[in-house]
Design a protein around this ligand. Sequence first.
Ligand code: FES
Length: 119
Amino acid sequence: MPTVTIKDVGTTECAEGDRLVLAIEHAGCDILHRCGGNARCATCKVLILAGDAGPMTDAERERLERIADRPDNLRLSCQVQVRDDLTVDVLGRLKDHPDMGDPGPEPKPWPADHALPPE
Ligand code: FES
């Protein structure tokens, strides 16, 4: 099982192919996911500090291209399938945006066959 280490939060394990945003949330981190995991809001942004976060979905690439001066290790955690041990820094947390009230709609788990979800 891959291990996900979240800076300033802790470490968790998840099933291979799980969505990174859900692994982070299940570790007890109040990561934002305001669009429900659909690559629209970018509130689930993370910096990949170590490990291979795998290929980008087209939706992730298109959304990230709209962010000026983005670092190369910036990813949308709702679009990342965990297949390697990862260390991440979560950039959007509810504790830093209490006005939002909640993290957002719960992203759906990946399909059991780990196919990328439809838009
Ligand atoms: S882009 Fe909205 S939850 Fe990931």
